[in-house]
Design a protein around this ligand. Structure first.
Ligand code: AMP
Ligand code: MN
Ligand code: MN
Ligand code: MN
Length: 293
C-alpha cells in the first residue's frame, strides 16, 4: 500500500461530545483528504461499527478508536486507544465503569452552578446527549452558551468549568495502568493524548511518559489541534527520547466550536514512526473499487 500521510486519529461524534454523526464526520474527513481515520469518542465505543461502515462507504481506511479519561498525579489525562477489537469484553467493561461516574458528577456540577444562580444546568446539559453516562463538561458549556450566560464555550470553561470554579467537580477516572492494559490487551495501541494540555511540572510529565511506557504504551500525539507548532517540535523530541511512535489527530468536535478541522494539520515531523505503522495489521482497509472489465 502507498504510504499514508493524512491520518486523522482523534475526533468526537454525537456519541460523546461532538455535534456531528459518525456518518457526517466520515464524509467531512473524505472531503478534507483524510486517508486513514479513527473516531475516538470519550470513554465510549458504541459508535465504532457505524464509523467503520461510514469510513468504508467513503473510501477511507479505518482504525477503531476511543479516548479514555484517567487520573494521573491528581490531574485528568486522556489516553487514546487505537486499533483494538471493539468487541473485547475487558475493554468494554472498563469503559463502562469509567463512564459510570459521569451522571453523579454532572448532578454535583449542576448543584455548584445553582449556587451561583445558574439553574437547570443538569437537564440543560443532558438534553444535548440524552444519556447521563455520556454527559460531559462540553454539554454544560453548550447549555451555558445557549442560555446566554457566556458568549462561547471557551468562556464557559474559563469561568465555570475548570479547577476551583463553581461548576468544577474533581473526579477520579480510570488509572493509567488499566487504560493502557484495556487497550493493548484488546489488540490496540495506547497513545498519550495532547500532552501539552496538561499543567504538569517537568518531573510529573517525565513520570507520565515513563510509567505509560512501563505499562506497555507505545505512542504519543505529536501533531494535534491542541498543540502549537513549537509543541510539535517539543513532543517530537519527547517521542524520540522515549522511543515512542507518533500520532496525528485534529480532536475535531464541531464545525461551530473547533478551530482545527479534520485532516488539516501539518504532517508528522520526519524521523518519527507513525503509530499507524505499528497498527498496519489492525487497519480495516477500504474496499478497493472493483476492476473494470
Ligand atoms: P469531561 O470529560 O466531562 O471532563 O469534558 C472534557 C471535554 O471538555 C474535553 O474533551 C473537551 O472537549 C472539552 N474541554 C476541556 N477543556 C476545554 C476548554 N478550555 N475549552 C473548550 N473545551 C474544553
Ligand atoms: Mn471532548
Ligand atoms: Mn482530550
Ligand atoms: Mn478528544
Amino acid at each position: 500500500m502507498t504510504q499514508i500521510l493524512n491520518a486523522d486519529l482523534h475526533c468526537h461524534s454525537v456519541v460523546s461530545d461532538g455535534t456531528l454523526t459518525p456518518e457526517a464526520l466520515a464524509e467531512r474527513a473524505k472531503a478534507n483528504g483524510v486517508e486513514l481515520w479513527a473516531l475516538t469518542d470519550h470513554d465510549e465505543i458504541s459508535g465504532q461499527h457505524r464509523a467503520m461502515a461510514a469510513a468504508h462507504a467513503n473510501g477511507l481506511h479505518y482504525l477503531c478508536g476511543t479516548e479514555i479519561s484517567i487520573t494521573f498525579a491528581s490531574a485528568t489525562v486522556h489516553i487514546v486507544g487505537l486499533g483494538f477489537d471493539p468487541d473485547n469484553e475487558q475493554l468494554r467493561q472498563g469503559l463502562h465503569n469509567t463512564r459510570g461516574g459521569r451522571g453523579q458528577r454532572a448532578m454535583d456540577m449542576s448543584d455548584g452552578l445553582a449556587k451561583v444562580g445558574i439553574h437547570g444546568a443538569y437537564d440543560g446539559a443532558l438534553k444535548y446527549v440524552g444519556n447521563p453516562e455520556l454527559i460531559s463538561r462540553t454539554h454544560f458549556a453548550r447549555f451555558l452558551v445557549e442560555s446566554g450566560v457566556c458568549k462561547d464555550t471557551n468562556e464557559v470553561f474559563r469561568k465555570y468549568l475548570t479547577d476551583n470554579k463553581p461548576g468544577f467537580v474533581p473526579h477520579r477516572w480510570a488509572t493509567l495502568r488499566d487504560a493502557v492494559h484495556w487497550i493493548t490487551e484488546a489488540g490496540g495501541e495506547a497513545v498519550i493524548a495532547h500532552p501539552a494540555r496538561y499543567k504538569f511540572t517537568a518531573n510529573e510529565e517525565y513520570a507520565l511518559f515513563s510509567e505509560f511506557k512501563a505499562h506497555g504504551g507505545r505512542a504519543v500525539e505529536v501533531v494535534t489541534g491542541s498543540h502549537t507548532p513549537p509543541e510539535y517540535v517539543k513532543y517530537a523530541d519527547m517521542a524520540r527520547e522515549f522511543g515512542l511512535a507518533a500520532s496525528r489527530g485534529s480532536d475535531f468536535h464541531s464545525p461551530d466550536e473547533s478551530h482545527t478541522d479534520l485532516g488539516t494539520l501539518p504532517w508528522l515531523p520526519g524521523g518519527l514512526t507513525p503509530v499507524w505503522e505499528l497498527l498496519d495489521h489492525r487497519i480495516h482497509r477500504a474496499p478497493t473499487p472493483s476492476a473494470v472489465g
